[in-house]
Design a protein around this ligand. Structure first.
Ligand SMILES: Nc1ncnc2c1ncn2[C@@H]1O[C@H](COP(=O)(O)OP(=O)(O)OP(=O)(O)O)[C@@H](O)[C@H]1O
Ligand SMILES: [Mg+2]
Length: 554
């Protein structure tokens, strides 16, 4: 059980929640919901003890597992190490021991004593069983042994989340806290995760913006709104209904009270100077009472950003051509002599399972990465001409790229969002920047937040602001809906429909594909296949390949 008592949190003027009292019980699966920036990740950090609340306290089980919102922080680490980091005490001690042993020849007496202390902690934490336990967890989640000692970056998006889950589950936690585990997962992996979580027996608290996922997994919803957290029984749809009802009856009661107050005020004013003094007095008393009873209705924090992409100028008709583009990683063929022509104004969705190479394809298009060369090259020849099997961009194309891993563009630092945005177009004046920030819901002094404190959704909104500022005629978006709340996804979808330039986007969001795309390309086994809307709608293409890679998991 996790119990949260009288917890309040604010950052300066921004009040997230006040006097929260909630209990998360064993055997229930809680969805933690609310719009971008409402404080879900902050609340989870308070629950886990990563962050101290302004007031109040939390009692939590000794062992709990956590999956943080940023899935990219462990990219360069070994898979096995990532899992073992799940036991922080043990991991820190093991790292310290390794350091001491590196210098074994010159070990001082002090070092020797320290080593003894570390050994004791390792024994207490069952350290010598840690590696086999981690390996067992990984295999149980479908990560084959050949990957265990390689870097996390070698795994597909779906498998990375499995490793992070293994980290969270390492040491058999009584509670599991997961911050947006479905970001970047394909539909098959999400279905797998749903099944996995339904079997988890401890207390589960999971943050997500995915309505379907929440409905599937959760038995309770803890919703952050109106500066508090309320737990509703049932799934996400049940919560939306109950919340709307509660709000509307509160509003009705308040409206009735306001009318009554108006009448009482009228009466008091009219007869104050007259002969009905005693009646006036009693009305005044009543008036006071009604005013006190009037609920202080806090504003909802649900809001919709206003996204619109204009063009500085149009591109030529031919926008992009790929001519026998190839790329192979070890024994995995990501692109096998791809041919593709894209013309001005086309909206092209690229879909496909985790790990088929969609991000790699975009990076090849951007020439961030060199394609393999076609055929044998004469010895000593320079083989990186971009036109040799690479991407050929047409006349006057200006590309606006949004990466899947946001760190590629926004380093988490002390730099303010305002300064970060300004650097992309230093000719933009203050008024233009402020107007852009306003549309993207950065109000008052929020543009001056440091990039390191931005929430997941706020970071995406800042990346979108950059594209709105640059006005490119080609948008290349890698999973743009990850981290965004429902209102923001709606606004982004509308903006892409209205956009007059050319757009290529990778997504697992089926609704976005059907609303925006006029061409759908499915990527698999190094090839691109054009899908009709019907083929896409029946979802056949995703099911066909599921069985091959992780038969146990899927
Ligand atoms: N250390 C900090 N200093 C100032 N503001 C902060 C700090 N940490 C978070 N914030 C702000 O608090 C708000 C809540 O952030 P949080 O990351 O909890 O949101 P969230 O609900 O998880 O959003 P998302 O759905 O986008 O992930 C955001 O507006 C964020 O910018
Ligand atoms: Mg968050």
């Amino acid at each position: 059980m996790i119990s949260v008592n009288e917890v309040s949190m604010n950052f300066g003027e921004q009040n997230l929640f006040e006097d929260v009292n909630v209990v998360f019980n064993q055997g229930e699966r809680y969805g933690l919901t609310g719009p971008n920036g409402c404080g879900k990740s902050t609340f989870m950090k308070i629950v886990s003890g990563d962050l101290e609340a302004n007031t109040g306290y939390v009692s939590r089980p000794k062992k709990f597992g956590i999956l943080r919102q940023d899935h990219y922080i462990y990219e360069t680490k070994r898979v096995m190490d990532v899992v073992m980091m799940g036991n922080e005490v043990l991991w820190n001690v093991m790292v310290e021991k390794e350091k001491l042993l590196e210098n074994a020849e010159n070990m001082s007496d002090e070092d020797g004593i320290r080593l003894g202390e570390l050994e004791m902690v390792i024994a207490e934490e069952d350290g010598y069983m840690a590696e086999p336990e981690a390996a067992e967890l990984l295999e149980g989640l479908g990560i084959e042994a050949s990957f265990h000692y390689g870097p996390l970056s070698a795994l597909t998006g779906g498998d990375k989340v499995r490793v992070l889950l293994a980290q969270a589950l390492f040491g058999k936690p009584e509670a599991l806290l997961l911050d947006e585990p479905t970001n970047a997962l394909d539909i098959a992996s999400i279905r797998w995760l749903e099944g996995f979580l339904k079997d988890y027996v401890g207390v589960l608290v999971v943050i997500s913006h995915d309505r379907h996922f929440l409905n599937e997994v959760c038995t309770r919803i803890a919703d952050i709104d109106y500066e508090t957290i309320i737990i509703y029984p049932g799934d996400y749809d049940d919560m939306v209904e109950a919340k709307a009802q509660a709000r509307s009856s509160l509003e009705m009661v308040n409206a009735a009270k306001s009318r009554k107050i108006g009448q009482l005020q009228d009466f008091v004013q009219r007869f104050r100077a007259g002969s009905r003094a005693s009646q006036v007095k009693s009305r005044e008393k009543q008036l006071e009472k009604e005013k006190n009873a009037l609920a202080n209705l806090k504003r909802s924090n649900i809001a919709r950003p206003f996204i619109r992409f204009d063009l500085a100028r149009p591109s030529g008709k031919q926008v992009l051509s790929l001519n026998a583009l190839s790329k192979q990683f070890e024994d995995c063929m990501v692109c096998d002599e791809l041919h593709l022509n894209i013309f001005r104004g086309e909206k092209v969705a690229i879909v496909g399972r985790n790990g088929v190479g969609k991000t790699t394809l975009l990076r090849l298009m951007l020439n961030f990465m060199h394609p393999d060369d076609r055929g044998a090259q004469p010895e000593g020849m320079v083989t990186t001409r971009p036109d040799d099997g690479g991407a050929d961009w047409g006349y006057e194309t200006q590309i606006g790229y949004m990466p899947q891993d946001h760190h590629e563009m926004i380093e988490k630092s002390k730099e303010t969002a305002h300064h970060w945005l300004w650097q992309w177009n230093s000719e933009a004046n203050e008024e233009q920047l402020r107007s852009l920030f306003g549309r993207l819901l950065f109000t008052k002094d929020e543009p001056f937040k440091r990039t390191e404190v931005l929430s997941g959704g706020e970071t995406v909104r800042l990346l979108l602001a950059r594209l709105m500022l640059l006005k490119p005629n080609v948008l290349l978006l890698d999973e743009p809906t990850n981290h965004l709340d429902l209102e923001a996804i709606r606004s982004l979808t509308e903006a892409l429909v209205k956009y007059e330039g050319t757009c290529l986007f990778v997504t697992h969001d089926r609704h976005m594909v059907t609303q925006v795309a006029d061409r759908i390309l499915e990527m698999s086994d190094g090839h691109l296949r054009e899908l009709s809307p019907e083929q896409f709608a029946d979802g056949q293409f995703l099911q066909e390949k599921k069985a091959s890679k992780h038969p146990a998991a899927w």
